[in-house]
Design a protein around this ligand. Sequence first.
Ligand SMILES: NC(=O)c1ccc[n+]([C@@H]2O[C@H](COP(=O)([O-])OP(=O)(O)OC[C@H]3O[C@@H](n4cnc5c(N)ncnc54)[C@H](O)[C@@H]3O)[C@@H](O)[C@H]2O)c1
Ligand SMILES: [Zn+2]
Ligand SMILES: [Zn+2]
Length: 382
Amino acid sequence: MRAMVYRGPYKVRVEEKPDPRIEHPNDAIVRVTTAAICGSDLHLYHGMMPDLRVGHTFGHEFVGVVEQVGSSVRNLAVGDRVMVPFNIFCGTCFFCARGLYSNCHNVNPNATAVGGIYGYSHTTGGYDGGQAELVRVPFADVGPSKIPDWLAEEDAVLLTDACSTGYFGAQLGDIAEGDVVVVLGAGPVGLFAARSAWLMGAGRVIVVDHLDYRLEKARTFAYAETVNFGEVDDVVVHLKKATGYLGADVVIDAVGAEADGNLTQHVTSAKLKLQGGSPVALNWAIDSVRKGGTVSVMGAYGPIFSAVKFGDARNKGLTIRTNQAPVKRQWPRLLEHIRNGYLKPSDIVTHRIPLDDIAEGYHMFSAKLDGCVKTLVLPGRS
Ligand SMILES: NC(=O)c1ccc[n+]([C@@H]2O[C@H](COP(=O)([O-])OP(=O)(O)OC[C@H]3O[C@@H](n4cnc5c(N)ncnc54)[C@H](O)[C@@H]3O)[C@@H](O)[C@H]2O)c1
Ligand SMILES: [Zn+2]
Ligand SMILES: [Zn+2]
Protein backbone atom coordinates (compact mmCIF):
# COMPACT_ATOMS: atom_id res chain seq x y z
CA MET A 1 0.00 0.00 0.00
CA ARG A 2 0.96 3.66 -0.30
CA ALA A 3 1.49 5.46 2.99
CA MET A 4 2.94 8.67 4.34
CA VAL A 5 6.20 7.96 6.20
CA TYR A 6 8.38 10.07 8.49
CA ARG A 7 12.03 10.35 7.42
CA GLY A 8 13.21 12.93 10.01
CA PRO A 9 12.25 16.46 11.12
CA TYR A 10 10.52 18.36 8.30
CA LYS A 11 10.88 15.32 6.02
CA VAL A 12 7.89 13.20 5.12
CA ARG A 13 7.15 11.33 1.91
CA VAL A 14 4.86 8.72 0.45
CA GLU A 15 6.28 5.19 0.15
CA GLU A 16 5.16 1.65 -0.59
CA LYS A 17 4.71 -0.29 2.69
CA PRO A 18 3.46 -3.82 3.36
CA ASP A 19 -0.33 -3.93 3.75
CA PRO A 20 -1.34 -4.05 7.43
CA ARG A 21 -2.82 -7.40 8.46
CA ILE A 22 -5.11 -8.68 11.16
CA GLU A 23 -2.84 -9.34 14.17
CA HIS A 24 -5.52 -10.00 16.76
CA PRO A 25 -9.07 -11.43 16.47
CA ASN A 26 -10.56 -8.04 17.40
CA ASP A 27 -8.67 -6.09 14.69
CA ALA A 28 -10.14 -4.65 11.53
CA ILE A 29 -8.39 -3.36 8.44
CA VAL A 30 -9.88 -0.12 7.14
CA ARG A 31 -9.39 1.33 3.65
CA VAL A 32 -9.00 5.05 4.32
CA THR A 33 -11.18 7.28 2.19
CA THR A 34 -10.49 10.62 3.94
CA ALA A 35 -7.80 11.51 6.46
CA ALA A 36 -6.70 14.88 7.86
CA ILE A 37 -3.54 16.58 9.08
CA CYS A 38 -3.79 17.78 12.71
CA GLY A 39 -1.86 20.44 14.61
CA SER A 40 -0.58 17.54 16.71
CA ASP A 41 1.02 16.06 13.58
CA LEU A 42 3.05 19.25 13.34
CA HIS A 43 4.75 18.50 16.68
CA LEU A 44 5.83 15.19 15.13
CA TYR A 45 6.81 16.83 11.83
CA HIS A 46 8.97 19.33 13.73
CA GLY A 47 10.74 16.49 15.58
CA MET A 48 9.40 17.66 18.98
CA MET A 49 7.97 14.31 20.11
CA PRO A 50 10.16 11.76 21.90
CA ASP A 51 10.59 8.28 20.43
CA LEU A 52 9.28 9.12 17.00
CA ARG A 53 10.86 6.59 14.65
CA VAL A 54 11.82 6.91 11.01
CA GLY A 55 9.37 4.91 8.91
CA HIS A 56 6.36 5.68 11.13
CA THR A 57 3.10 6.59 9.38
CA PHE A 58 1.19 9.52 10.92
CA GLY A 59 -2.54 10.15 10.84
CA HIS A 60 -4.99 9.97 13.73
CA GLU A 61 -7.96 11.57 11.96
CA PHE A 62 -9.44 9.24 9.37
CA VAL A 63 -12.60 7.60 8.08
CA GLY A 64 -12.91 4.73 5.65
CA VAL A 65 -14.47 1.45 4.65
CA VAL A 66 -13.96 -1.81 6.54
CA GLU A 67 -11.97 -4.15 4.33
CA GLN A 68 -11.32 -7.09 6.70
CA VAL A 69 -12.40 -8.05 10.20
CA GLY A 70 -10.84 -10.41 12.74
CA SER A 71 -12.72 -13.49 13.93
CA SER A 72 -14.06 -11.92 17.14
CA VAL A 73 -15.31 -8.63 15.64
CA ARG A 74 -19.08 -8.51 16.12
CA ASN A 75 -20.09 -4.87 15.57
CA LEU A 76 -18.55 -4.25 12.16
CA ALA A 77 -18.80 -5.97 8.80
CA VAL A 78 -16.80 -5.72 5.58
CA GLY A 79 -18.09 -2.75 3.59
CA ASP A 80 -19.20 -0.65 6.58
CA ARG A 81 -18.27 3.06 6.40
CA VAL A 82 -16.64 3.93 9.70
CA MET A 83 -15.27 6.89 11.61
CA VAL A 84 -12.42 5.97 13.92
CA PRO A 85 -11.63 8.05 17.03
CA PHE A 86 -7.99 9.04 17.35
CA ASN A 87 -7.74 7.17 20.67
CA ILE A 88 -7.10 3.45 20.69
CA PHE A 89 -8.82 2.01 23.76
CA CYS A 90 -9.93 -1.33 25.15
CA GLY A 91 -13.31 -0.27 26.51
CA THR A 92 -13.06 -2.40 29.66
CA CYS A 93 -10.12 -1.33 31.86
CA PHE A 94 -10.46 0.78 35.03
CA PHE A 95 -10.06 4.01 33.02
CA CYS A 96 -12.23 3.09 30.03
CA ALA A 97 -14.98 2.11 32.49
CA ARG A 98 -14.91 5.75 33.67
CA GLY A 99 -15.04 7.17 30.14
CA LEU A 100 -11.34 8.06 30.21
CA TYR A 101 -10.76 6.49 26.80
CA SER A 102 -7.64 8.53 26.15
CA ASN A 103 -6.11 7.10 29.32
CA CYS A 104 -6.78 3.43 28.56
CA HIS A 105 -4.45 1.19 30.53
CA ASN A 106 -4.29 -1.70 28.06
CA VAL A 107 -3.13 -0.25 24.77
CA ASN A 108 0.23 1.38 25.33
CA PRO A 109 3.06 -0.71 26.77
CA ASN A 110 5.45 2.24 26.46
CA ALA A 111 3.89 4.70 28.94
CA THR A 112 1.43 4.79 31.78
CA ALA A 113 0.38 8.43 31.44
CA VAL A 114 -1.23 8.27 28.03
CA GLY A 115 -3.16 5.59 26.15
CA GLY A 116 -2.84 4.65 22.49
CA ILE A 117 -3.07 7.03 19.53
CA TYR A 118 -2.85 6.18 15.84
CA GLY A 119 0.25 7.46 14.09
CA TYR A 120 1.69 9.27 17.07
CA SER A 121 5.20 7.99 17.93
CA HIS A 122 6.07 5.08 20.16
CA THR A 123 5.27 7.02 23.33
CA THR A 124 1.61 6.50 22.44
CA GLY A 125 1.97 2.87 21.47
CA GLY A 126 3.72 3.00 18.10
CA TYR A 127 0.58 2.28 16.07
CA ASP A 128 0.77 3.26 12.40
CA GLY A 129 -1.74 5.91 11.41
CA GLY A 130 -4.30 6.62 8.73
CA GLN A 131 -2.48 8.91 6.30
CA ALA A 132 -2.27 5.80 4.15
CA GLU A 133 -4.40 3.63 1.92
CA LEU A 134 -4.96 1.06 4.67
CA VAL A 135 -4.75 1.04 8.46
CA ARG A 136 -5.00 -1.60 11.16
CA VAL A 137 -7.70 -0.74 13.72
CA PRO A 138 -7.25 -2.61 17.02
CA PHE A 139 -10.27 -3.09 19.34
CA ALA A 140 -12.44 -2.69 16.27
CA ASP A 141 -15.58 -3.49 18.27
CA VAL A 142 -14.85 -0.62 20.66
CA GLY A 143 -13.48 2.48 18.91
CA PRO A 144 -15.03 2.91 15.46
CA SER A 145 -18.66 3.76 14.75
CA LYS A 146 -20.57 3.36 11.54
CA ILE A 147 -21.04 6.72 9.83
CA PRO A 148 -24.76 7.56 9.84
CA ASP A 149 -26.20 7.82 6.31
CA TRP A 150 -27.07 11.48 6.78
CA LEU A 151 -23.55 12.49 7.88
CA ALA A 152 -21.16 13.78 5.21
CA GLU A 153 -17.75 12.11 5.14
CA GLU A 154 -15.96 15.47 5.56
CA ASP A 155 -17.94 16.17 8.72
CA ALA A 156 -17.30 12.65 10.02
CA VAL A 157 -13.53 12.93 9.65
CA LEU A 158 -13.51 16.09 11.75
CA LEU A 159 -15.36 14.25 14.51
CA THR A 160 -12.43 11.84 14.85
CA ASP A 161 -10.39 14.60 16.51
CA ALA A 162 -10.46 18.38 15.85
CA CYS A 163 -14.19 19.01 16.34
CA SER A 164 -14.55 16.63 19.27
CA THR A 165 -11.40 18.04 20.88
CA GLY A 166 -12.62 21.62 20.57
CA TYR A 167 -15.95 20.61 22.06
CA PHE A 168 -14.20 18.75 24.88
CA GLY A 169 -12.09 21.86 25.53
CA ALA A 170 -15.27 23.86 26.04
CA GLN A 171 -16.75 21.10 28.20
CA LEU A 172 -13.72 21.11 30.49
CA GLY A 173 -14.17 24.88 30.84
CA ASP A 174 -17.41 24.19 32.70
CA ILE A 175 -18.98 27.19 31.01
CA ALA A 176 -21.88 28.77 32.89
CA GLU A 177 -24.61 30.86 31.26
CA GLY A 178 -23.20 34.25 30.25
CA ASP A 179 -19.53 33.41 30.88
CA VAL A 180 -16.74 35.26 29.13
CA VAL A 181 -14.66 32.65 27.33
CA VAL A 182 -11.23 33.36 25.87
CA VAL A 183 -9.78 30.86 23.41
CA LEU A 184 -6.05 30.99 22.73
CA GLY A 185 -5.26 29.73 19.21
CA ALA A 186 -7.41 29.96 16.09
CA GLY A 187 -6.40 26.64 14.58
CA PRO A 188 -9.04 23.94 14.07
CA VAL A 189 -9.14 23.04 17.78
CA GLY A 190 -9.50 26.67 18.87
CA LEU A 191 -12.15 27.38 16.23
CA PHE A 192 -14.22 24.41 17.35
CA ALA A 193 -13.73 25.28 21.02
CA ALA A 194 -14.95 28.84 20.37
CA ARG A 195 -17.95 27.66 18.40
CA SER A 196 -18.76 25.07 21.08
CA ALA A 197 -18.56 27.69 23.84
CA TRP A 198 -21.70 29.32 22.40
CA LEU A 199 -23.48 25.95 22.38
CA MET A 200 -22.77 25.76 26.12
CA GLY A 201 -24.16 29.17 26.97
CA ALA A 202 -21.18 31.54 26.77
CA GLY A 203 -22.09 35.22 26.79
CA ARG A 204 -18.93 36.40 25.06
CA VAL A 205 -16.23 34.54 23.12
CA ILE A 206 -12.84 36.09 22.36
CA VAL A 207 -10.26 34.30 20.18
CA VAL A 208 -6.54 35.17 20.27
CA ASP A 209 -3.96 34.36 17.56
CA HIS A 210 -1.47 36.29 15.45
CA LEU A 211 -2.54 35.04 12.04
CA ASP A 212 -5.10 37.43 10.60
CA TYR A 213 -6.56 34.93 8.15
CA ARG A 214 -7.32 32.56 11.04
CA LEU A 215 -8.79 35.34 13.16
CA GLU A 216 -11.05 36.10 10.21
CA LYS A 217 -12.22 32.47 10.38
CA ALA A 218 -12.79 32.92 14.14
CA ARG A 219 -15.14 35.81 13.34
CA THR A 220 -17.01 34.13 10.47
CA PHE A 221 -17.10 30.51 11.67
CA ALA A 222 -17.06 30.93 15.45
CA TYR A 223 -18.78 34.35 15.67
CA ALA A 224 -16.06 35.46 18.08
CA GLU A 225 -14.42 38.77 18.91
CA THR A 226 -10.75 38.54 18.02
CA VAL A 227 -7.40 39.82 19.26
CA ASN A 228 -4.17 39.68 17.25
CA PHE A 229 -1.51 39.28 19.96
CA GLY A 230 1.13 40.63 17.58
CA GLU A 231 -0.70 43.94 17.38
CA VAL A 232 -1.19 44.69 21.07
CA ASP A 233 1.52 45.65 23.59
CA ASP A 234 0.63 43.02 26.14
CA VAL A 235 -2.08 40.53 25.37
CA VAL A 236 -2.79 39.78 29.04
CA VAL A 237 -3.32 43.46 29.86
CA HIS A 238 -5.46 43.77 26.73
CA LEU A 239 -7.65 40.85 27.80
CA LYS A 240 -7.90 42.17 31.35
CA LYS A 241 -9.09 45.55 30.04
CA ALA A 242 -11.57 43.80 27.75
CA THR A 243 -13.07 41.93 30.70
CA GLY A 244 -13.65 44.76 33.18
CA TYR A 245 -10.19 44.20 34.74
CA LEU A 246 -11.37 40.95 36.30
CA GLY A 247 -10.22 38.47 33.66
CA ALA A 248 -12.20 35.89 31.71
CA ASP A 249 -14.30 33.28 33.47
CA VAL A 250 -12.81 30.54 31.31
CA VAL A 251 -9.67 30.39 29.16
CA ILE A 252 -9.11 27.54 26.73
CA ASP A 253 -5.54 26.90 25.59
CA ALA A 254 -5.76 25.55 22.04
CA VAL A 255 -2.11 26.28 21.25
CA GLY A 256 0.19 23.92 23.14
CA ALA A 257 3.92 23.62 23.42
CA GLU A 258 4.92 25.25 20.15
CA ALA A 259 3.47 28.62 21.06
CA ASP A 260 4.84 31.83 19.61
CA GLY A 261 4.91 35.07 21.53
CA ASN A 262 7.97 34.80 23.81
CA LEU A 263 11.48 34.58 22.38
CA THR A 264 13.17 33.35 25.59
CA GLN A 265 10.72 30.51 25.94
CA HIS A 266 11.14 29.65 22.27
CA VAL A 267 14.94 29.52 22.54
CA THR A 268 14.98 27.45 25.75
CA SER A 269 12.53 24.97 24.28
CA ALA A 270 12.74 24.62 20.50
CA LYS A 271 16.44 25.54 20.23
CA LEU A 272 18.16 24.50 23.47
CA LYS A 273 15.73 21.69 24.38
CA LEU A 274 15.88 22.71 28.05
CA GLN A 275 12.17 22.11 28.43
CA GLY A 276 9.44 20.20 26.62
CA GLY A 277 8.23 23.27 24.74
CA SER A 278 7.16 26.83 25.36
CA PRO A 279 4.51 27.34 28.05
CA VAL A 280 3.63 30.85 26.78
CA ALA A 281 0.01 30.09 25.97
CA LEU A 282 -0.48 28.26 29.26
CA ASN A 283 0.95 31.24 31.16
CA TRP A 284 -1.24 33.67 29.21
CA ALA A 285 -4.21 31.50 30.16
CA ILE A 286 -3.24 31.54 33.86
CA ASP A 287 -2.71 35.31 33.74
CA SER A 288 -5.83 36.28 31.82
CA VAL A 289 -8.42 34.12 33.58
CA ARG A 290 -10.14 35.65 36.61
CA LYS A 291 -9.51 34.48 40.17
CA GLY A 292 -11.44 31.28 40.77
CA GLY A 293 -11.79 30.77 37.03
CA THR A 294 -11.11 27.69 34.91
CA VAL A 295 -8.30 27.00 32.48
CA SER A 296 -8.94 24.20 30.01
CA VAL A 297 -5.82 22.96 28.27
CA MET A 298 -6.31 21.24 24.91
CA GLY A 299 -2.90 22.20 23.49
CA ALA A 300 -0.33 19.41 23.60
CA TYR A 301 2.53 19.57 26.10
CA GLY A 302 5.51 17.25 26.55
CA PRO A 303 6.27 16.11 30.10
CA ILE A 304 8.77 18.68 31.40
CA PHE A 305 8.37 22.45 31.69
CA SER A 306 10.39 24.88 33.75
CA ALA A 307 8.62 28.22 33.66
CA VAL A 308 4.93 27.54 34.20
CA LYS A 309 3.26 30.08 36.52
CA PHE A 310 1.94 27.42 38.83
CA GLY A 311 2.21 29.61 41.93
CA ASP A 312 -0.04 32.22 40.32
CA ALA A 313 -2.52 29.53 39.32
CA ARG A 314 -2.54 28.28 42.89
CA ASN A 315 -2.90 31.70 44.48
CA LYS A 316 -5.70 32.67 42.09
CA GLY A 317 -7.59 29.53 43.06
CA LEU A 318 -7.80 28.31 39.50
CA THR A 319 -9.21 25.05 38.28
CA ILE A 320 -6.96 23.62 35.57
CA ARG A 321 -8.46 20.80 33.53
CA THR A 322 -6.82 18.92 30.70
CA ASN A 323 -6.56 15.64 28.82
CA GLN A 324 -6.35 14.15 25.39
CA ALA A 325 -9.95 14.23 24.22
CA PRO A 326 -11.81 10.93 24.81
CA VAL A 327 -13.35 11.52 21.40
CA LYS A 328 -16.10 8.93 21.36
CA ARG A 329 -17.64 10.45 24.47
CA GLN A 330 -18.31 13.67 22.55
CA TRP A 331 -19.99 12.01 19.57
CA PRO A 332 -23.61 11.64 20.70
CA ARG A 333 -23.97 15.36 21.49
CA LEU A 334 -22.04 16.50 18.44
CA LEU A 335 -24.05 14.29 16.12
CA GLU A 336 -27.19 15.87 17.55
CA HIS A 337 -25.83 19.40 16.96
CA ILE A 338 -24.79 18.57 13.39
CA ARG A 339 -28.07 16.90 12.57
CA ASN A 340 -30.00 19.85 13.97
CA GLY A 341 -27.97 22.23 11.82
CA TYR A 342 -26.17 24.02 14.67
CA LEU A 343 -22.75 23.00 13.40
CA LYS A 344 -21.14 22.03 10.10
CA PRO A 345 -17.60 20.89 10.98
CA SER A 346 -16.38 20.82 7.39
CA ASP A 347 -16.85 24.61 7.15
CA ILE A 348 -13.27 24.93 8.44
CA VAL A 349 -11.73 22.79 5.66
CA THR A 350 -9.54 24.87 3.37
CA HIS A 351 -7.58 22.24 1.39
CA ARG A 352 -8.15 18.77 -0.05
CA ILE A 353 -5.08 16.95 -1.40
CA PRO A 354 -4.23 13.49 -2.75
CA LEU A 355 -2.01 11.33 -0.51
CA ASP A 356 0.84 11.71 -3.00
CA ASP A 357 0.97 15.47 -2.26
CA ILE A 358 1.21 15.03 1.50
CA ALA A 359 4.74 16.47 1.81
CA GLU A 360 3.46 19.76 0.34
CA GLY A 361 0.44 19.49 2.61
CA TYR A 362 2.63 19.31 5.71
CA HIS A 363 4.80 22.17 4.55
CA MET A 364 1.78 24.35 3.80
CA PHE A 365 0.12 23.66 7.17
CA SER A 366 3.36 24.03 9.13
CA ALA A 367 4.32 27.33 7.46
CA LYS A 368 0.66 28.48 7.54
CA LEU A 369 0.69 29.20 3.79
CA ASP A 370 -2.19 29.74 1.38
CA GLY A 371 -4.75 30.47 4.09
CA CYS A 372 -4.42 26.91 5.39
CA VAL A 373 -6.65 26.03 8.33
CA LYS A 374 -7.47 22.35 7.80
CA THR A 375 -6.23 19.97 5.12
CA LEU A 376 -7.96 16.74 4.18
CA VAL A 377 -5.96 13.94 2.58
CA LEU A 378 -7.67 11.72 0.02
CA PRO A 379 -5.78 8.45 -0.47
CA GLY A 380 -8.13 7.28 -3.23
CA ARG A 381 -7.58 10.34 -5.39
CA SER A 382 -4.55 11.02 -7.60
N1 LIG B 1 -6.06 17.39 23.72
C1 LIG B 1 -6.25 16.76 22.55
O1 LIG B 1 -6.87 15.72 22.51
C2 LIG B 1 -5.75 17.37 21.29
C3 LIG B 1 -6.30 16.95 20.08
C4 LIG B 1 -5.92 17.61 18.91
C5 LIG B 1 -5.00 18.63 18.97
N2 LIG B 1 -4.43 18.97 20.17
C6 LIG B 1 -3.46 20.06 20.28
O2 LIG B 1 -4.17 21.29 20.20
C7 LIG B 1 -3.28 22.29 19.68
C8 LIG B 1 -3.97 23.01 18.52
O3 LIG B 1 -4.19 22.11 17.44
P1 LIG B 1 -4.61 22.70 16.00
O4 LIG B 1 -4.85 21.56 15.09
O5 LIG B 1 -5.66 23.72 16.16
O6 LIG B 1 -3.17 23.37 15.62
P2 LIG B 1 -2.72 24.63 14.77
O7 LIG B 1 -1.22 24.58 14.73
O8 LIG B 1 -3.44 24.69 13.45
O9 LIG B 1 -3.20 25.90 15.63
C9 LIG B 1 -2.47 26.49 16.63
C10 LIG B 1 -2.72 28.01 16.52
O10 LIG B 1 -2.15 28.66 17.66
C11 LIG B 1 -1.63 29.91 17.22
N3 LIG B 1 -0.70 30.41 18.25
C12 LIG B 1 0.65 30.22 18.36
N4 LIG B 1 1.11 30.78 19.48
C13 LIG B 1 0.05 31.35 20.10
C14 LIG B 1 -0.11 32.07 21.33
N5 LIG B 1 0.94 32.30 22.13
N6 LIG B 1 -1.36 32.51 21.64
C15 LIG B 1 -2.44 32.27 20.83
N7 LIG B 1 -2.33 31.58 19.66
C16 LIG B 1 -1.11 31.13 19.32
C17 LIG B 1 -1.03 29.58 15.88
O11 LIG B 1 -0.82 30.76 15.10
C18 LIG B 1 -2.08 28.64 15.29
O12 LIG B 1 -3.06 29.34 14.55
C19 LIG B 1 -2.00 21.57 19.31
O13 LIG B 1 -1.07 21.67 20.37
C20 LIG B 1 -2.44 20.13 19.19
O14 LIG B 1 -1.37 19.23 19.42
C21 LIG B 1 -4.82 18.37 21.32
ZN1 LIG C 1 -4.98 15.57 16.60
ZN1 LIG D 1 -9.06 0.62 28.47
